[in-house]
Write a protein that binds this ligand. Structure first.
Ligand code: S3P
Length: 427
């Protein structure tokens, strides 16, 4: 579906955005593993999280679903049943990689399949450490889906020195570790999102330049009440919109402010963005607060390479902020962008080039300079929700707007994106 996006003059008002995607996936998984009934409030009702929900239904869990709440009756340790067909992870890398760690410890075989995009994404990164733990997998020749996870006889605990900065790899290993008496250890050199360790209250030892995270049977999830803060990655699109429009002020309520995810706020503030945190508080072990954002003049800054894992999902919209900011926008050390829902370096550069923006592509990033010269043209979403929303925001900032192909992909993380924009747009 081609979506026309028109310029907006300003935004005003308050938005309470849906729950964080990473936390929603984990809350579903941990509830499904626990023995008894858990609830998840303000979960993200989107295609990705529904993929996780449906996988656990197939594994025998009863999951009652309303627009904002889940009631999940988990199966307890060793309680999952063999699914009668393949587990479909849809577009979701988080579903696939995290569930691999759980399935690796079951007494039955399963096969995970996914959509065209997910079927191209690398799975060796989880297969390698889980194989070291004694799990058995069969993937496509390219190391991707469909992936068969064989029944495991006996897994063993390992210490895994993680070379790629990835919360999904870390979580896969730690989730497999939950099935073992002995502690499994992940050594993390770059800080990645820590929701798995926070929600499961895992032991973490901090060292100079790295940390060790431990999991064992003692940490196996118990029934709980999860309350999910609003998604900071979804909030980022609205931050950039409000900052770049004149006469705008927006209040985003209950936004996740976890220190492994809040790099986007810090960077936009360093760029001159007026973002104030109000009412900071904690819920389910996660920090959250309300963000008051007002029109600002932004300038580009050098982005600290240590922050890349923290902002990895926000780089598409950060690049849009960078385009409208003074100076050149440069992002390097971000090769992981090539392995997301699309090759995001390629996707961003090709769209910027269509828009007449000067763009230089590198293996691990890109730089952009200048401004949009071709308005009201068609750009591609590359079936990637974050590319679709980033260019939608760009379209709301330029005179003649923009058209975006395959816009329906926004449903992966935020099916109500355009309604939310409508709510705050001043006509
Ligand atoms: C996620 C981790 C990140 C992120 C993804 C969600 C998670 O991926 O890009 O959208 O929930 O653990 P990597 O950890 O592979 O970088």
């Amino acid at each position: 579906m081609i979506q026309k996006i028109d310029k907006i003059n300003s935004v005003k008002g308050t938005l309470t955005l849906p729950g964080d995607k990473s936390i929603s996936h984990r809350a579903v998984m941990f509830s499904a593993m626990a023995d008894g009934k858990s609830t998840v409030q303000n979960y993200l009702n989107s295609e990705d999280v529904n993929s996780t929900i449906n996988c656990f239904r197939k594994l025998g869990c009863t999951i009652e679903q309303t627009e904002t709440t889940l009631a999940i009756v988990g199966k307890g340790f060793g309680g999952f049943q063999k699914p009668d067909s393949n587990l479909d992870a849809g577009n979701s890398g988080t579903t696939t990689r995290l569930i691999s760690g759980i399935l690796a410890a079951q007494k039955f075989d399963t096969t995970i399949v996914g959509d065209v995009s997910l079927s191209k994404r690398p799975m060796k990164r989880v297969v390698a450490p889980l194989t070291e733990m004694g799990a058995k997998f069969e993937t496509s020749e390219l190391g991707s889906l469909p992936m068969k996870v064989f029944a495991s006889d006996k897994l063993k605990a390992i210490e895994y020195d993680m070379q790629i900065a990835s919360a999904q790899i870390k979580s896969a290993v730690l989730l497999a570790g939950l099935h073992l008496d002995e502690a499994t250890v992940v050594v993390e050199h770059s800080r990645t999102r820590n929701h798995t360790e926070t929600l499961l209250k895992l032991k973490v030892d901090e060292f100079d330049g790295y940390r060790k995270i431990y999991s064992s049977k003692n940490n196996y999830p118990k029934p709980a009440k999860y309350i999910v803060p609003a998604d900071i990655s979804t909030s980022a699109f609205f931050m950039v919109l409000a900052l770049n429009l004149k006469n705008s002020e927006l209040l985003l309520k209950n936004v996740l402010l976890n220190e492994t995810r809040d790099g986007i706020i810090k960077i936009l503030q360093q760029m001159g963005g007026k973002i104030e945190i109000e009412n900071p508080r904690e819920s389910s072990g996660e920090k959250l607060g309300d963000l008051r954002i007002s029109s600002s003049e932004l300038h580009n800054i050098e982005i600290d390479k240590n922050l890349i894992p923290n902002i990895i999902d926000e780089i598409p919209i950060l690049a849009v902020a960078g385009l409208f900011a003074k100076g050149k926008f440069v992002i390097r050390n971000a090769k992981e962008l090539r392995f997301k829902e699309s090759d995001r370096i390629d996707a961003l550069c090709s769209n910027f080039q269509r828009l007449g923006v000067e763009c230089t592509e590198y293996e691990d990033g890109f730089e952009i300079d200048g401004s949009v010269n071709n308005e009201n043209i068609l750009v591609e979403s590359f079936h990637d929700h974050r590319i679709a929303m980033a260019f939608a925001i760009l379209g709301m900032l330029v005179g003649k707007g923009i058209e975006i192909n395959d816009f329906e992909s926004v449903a992966v993380s935020n099916p109500n994106f355009l309604n939310q924009v409508e709510e705050i747009a001043v006509k």
